[in-house]
Ligand binder design. Sequence first.
Ligand code: ATP
Ligand code: MG
Ligand code: FE
Length: 332
Amino acid sequence: PVILAIESSCDETSASVIRNGKVLNNIIASQAVHQKYGGVVPELASRAHQQNIVMVVDQAMQEAGVQSTDLDAIAFTRGPGLIGSLLVGVSFAKGMALALDIPLIEVNHMQAHVLAHFIEDPKPGFPFLCLTVSGGHTQIVKVTDPYTMEVIGQTQDDAVGEAFDKAAKIMDLPYPGGPLIDKYAQQGNPRAFRFSQTSMPGLDFSFSGIKTAFLYFLRDAVKTNPDFIKQNLADICASLQHHLVFMLLTRLEQASAQTSIKNIAIAGGVSANSGLRKSLQELGEKRGWSVFIPRFEYCTDNAAMIAMAAHFKFLKKDFCTLEVTPLARMPV
Ligand code: ATP
Ligand code: MG
Ligand code: FE
């Protein structure tokens, strides 16, 4: 089957064509408009999706050498995400499916982040654990097969990507700050500073405590030395990143021990973090895990992962009707 997939859950407009399970391309238009506001502005995101979607879909179809009459289905992200952003993709997909009289496939964005691992080799064997870490989510998912996933641990407050971005904002770094903290951390000493953290029961996470501790730490430090942040930027970033990565990997280690699963994957935007990648590789070697880390392009929001998820659904003829509506919240 040939499927066109559309992703528009947040601030990336993306389209991808998949043929017989092989992703042919992954076109992504990012929205620069949010940078000056220090975060995604939903109304602007939705408007930018409207401006970009025709161009992005056209490019994906053209690059793949696919005509609309070649398509067997249209897939789209149903949720979770910003409702105005999702609406653009959902409406566009519905219109195309209706016009071409072909099936429509709804995809769960968080399941798609996990299934991004099946775009390229090496692919994880089942069952595997996937630590999904993004701007809106932090969860450990037990994946039994492409259709059976269970969240066994998740954040009770902020997502880890949010913790990165809010910490960056406190230091006056532009949005999204996660990649910048990663960049500066590479020159710094991860043991220079310590921040207190709250711990959650079981396999759950909490990141609001460390964010507050970080804020107070810097506020006090700046009182005695106004240039503290500028002078210690690399060490601050390295220490914070070290802490966040440690919190993630501690839980992952517990999850692996509890489930006896040694196939370990990471997904979502924060899995682009070089500190997380490196520490996970090291921990994996120590524990005898098979570790799976997707290519950067498939970590952050992209339509290739939506296409991959749609391919699995197509095999089961799991289609939806034209009455389908987007969902801001949508459990795995
Ligand atoms: P969700 O998937 O939960 O709906 P989202 O779509 O906003 O949220 P992604 O696009 O998957 O999330 O990821 C974006 C997040 O990843 C941002 O918080 C960003 O700061 C973070 N991020 C990206 N690269 C890095 C990096 N190298 N280090 C740390 N964080 C990063
Ligand atoms: Mg994004
Ligand atoms: Fe995402």
